[in-house]
Design a protein around this ligand. Structure first.
Ligand SMILES: [Ca+2]
Ligand SMILES: [Ca+2]
Length: 121
């Protein structure tokens, strides 16, 4: 006979802790720096519903086209020019952290670059 003991623990499986499971936004190419793109909100419901988490871009931003405020969750453009003809879509992965080294969740942001220039005349 087998005896099965099931212990349910509070495991961090990196499920999104953000208000939305995934975020999408569209940005005109050649946008200037500091342009508002999206804002993430997240709470750690397991530990303290009042506790706001911090954010960090963990993947999808090797060229630093985007900047994310770790406290407010506001994603903005940087001074780097987005070019739809080079890359029409950017998919960022964002970690939700309680401490700098403790990742509690992760969320994707899908960014579509909108065509604005139609070639040089
Ligand atoms: Ca272009
Ligand atoms: Ca274009």
């Amino acid at each position: 006979m087998f005896q099965v003991l099931v212990v349910v623990e509070n495991v961090n499986d990196n499920a999104p802790l953000t208000e939305l499971a995934a975020y999408t936004a569209a940005i005109p190419e050649n946008s200037s720096g500091g342009k508002w793109v999206a804002q993430l909100q997240a709470w750690d419901l397991d530990r303290d519903p009042q506790q706001r988490l911090k954010f960090r871009i963990s993947a999808g931003n090797p060229e630093n086209f985007f900047a994310l405020d770790p406290d407010t969750g506001v994603l903005t453009t940087t001074g780097r020019k987005l070019d739809r003809e080079k890359q029409a879509e950017h998919i960022l992965e964002v970690y939700q952290l309680r401490h700098p080294l403790e990742t509690l969740g992760s969320t994707e942001i899908m960014l579509r670059i909108i065509n604005c220039d139609f070639g040089v005349l």
